[in-house]
Design a protein around this ligand. Structure first.
Ligand SMILES: Cc1cc2nc3c(=O)[nH]c(=O)nc-3n(C[C@H](O)[C@H](O)[C@H](O)COP(=O)(O)OP(=O)(O)OC[C@H]3O[C@@H](n4cnc5c(N)ncnc54)[C@H](O)[C@@H]3O)c2cc1C
Length: 294
């Protein structure tokens, strides 16, 4: 199929893009086009105009410091994945980006576009949610910062308002004595996952567990984060506690049945992958303490 007719603008400044968007409420932003173009071709979206943000140089910025990583709307998955400093400051970015589609799609698709597309099967929305990241949104009326908790409001739905362009996202650095893990199962490497789990394990300076959180993609209809710290309350990391963490998390998940997998199968995947991701995050934490990279 071919897209329904639309007009096309390629502004070179953010101000120009925001003014155009304010006057064209049925427009859509075009970033990498790796999700939007198929939707147009299948006529699942029929915007009046595409506002192509690829010519806006200020959205190309990628800034890394000791506090965290900020990436603009035009930063491709591949660039973020290859950025050594970003991977050092927040290793979960690179761990998860390696699972996003194939290199050709990562060369074109943007990480922020993936986040605001808010597909619950995508890796980066759940990474933003697990890390308590934020997205900055600009419109003709001004700029605001949206926490990941407020951003994902439904299937493929965010709290971005009409006329708002997401300009950049921010994820905090990995704190000291903390580790991260990411794992998923897909039918073929590069496909959307049948189920994926991200995990974060925090300890105190003695190595006692202080917090464990897990994040799920392709399980519920929105990216979902569960705090399972309570099963590690005595601070020790045991096989029993890891299994209990998976059971606790399952209580907060309502897996979906679709053409790819039944809810029961997804529940079992979520159970097994939770234990793997939590162990990986703990190993990562130990490796950082001893100075040996995981
Ligand atoms: C074959 C294939 C396999 C894929 N596999 C995976 C996968 O395994 N995991 C995964 O995570 N993704 C996968 N993707 C999707 C890919 O990661 C996309 O790049 C991503 O979902 C969207 O980013 P984009 O820059 O291409 O956005 P676009 O397609 O340009 O836009 C997507 C949506 O977000 C909106 N949007 C984009 N940027 C902004 C912005 N700055 N402000 C406001 N709105 C904005 C658009 O208007 C549109 O509604 C796959 C894509 C393909 C084609």
């Amino acid at each position: 199929m071919k897209p329904a007719p639309f007009s096309y603008r390629r502004p070179t400044t953010l101000d120009e893009a925001l003014t155009t968007y304010a006057g064209e409420p049925d427009a859509k932003v075009l970033a990498g086009g790796q999700s939007l173009i198929p939707l147009l071709s299948m006529r699942l979206a029929a915007p009046s105009m595409l506002i192509d943000i690829n010519g806006i140089a200020e959205l190309d910025r990628l800034e890394v410091d000791a506090a965290g990583v900020r990436f603009g709307a035009n930063v491709r998955h591949a660039r973020l994945l290859a950025d050594v400093d970003a991977g050092r400051v927040q290793p979960l970015l690179a761990k998860a980006l390696g699972y996003v589609a194939h290199p050709t799609i990562r060369n074109r698709g943007t990480t922020l576009g993936s986040i605001v597309h808010a597909d619950a099967s995508a890796e980066m929305p759940v990474v933003l949610a697990l890390l308590d990241g934020t997205v900055t949104a600009a419109s003709a009326a001004g700029t605001r910062t949206i926490s990941a908790r407020e951003l994902f409001v439904g299937p493929l739905e965010t709290s971005l308002r009409p006329g708002e362009i997401a300009t950049d996202a921010y994820v905090p650095a990995l704190a000291a004595n903390t580790g991260v893990g990411f794992t998923e199962i897909a039918r073929r490497h590069g496909d959307y996952a049948l189920c994926g789990v991200a995990a974060l394990v925090a300890t105190d300076h003695t190595g006692a567990i202080t917090a464990v959180r897990t994040g799920y993609l392709s399980v519920c209809d929105t990216p979902t984060v569960v705090d399972v710290s309570e099963v590690f309350m005595d601070g020790s990391f045991t096989d029993r506690a890891v299994d209990d963490a998976a059971e606790l998390a399952l209580g907060s998940l309502e897996p979906e049945t679709d053409i790819h997998a039944s809810a029961d199968y997804r529940r079992q995947l979520a159970r097994v992958l939770t234990t793997r991701a939590v162990r990986e995050a703990h190993d990562d934490c130990l490796a950082r303490r001893t100075g040996v990279s995981a």
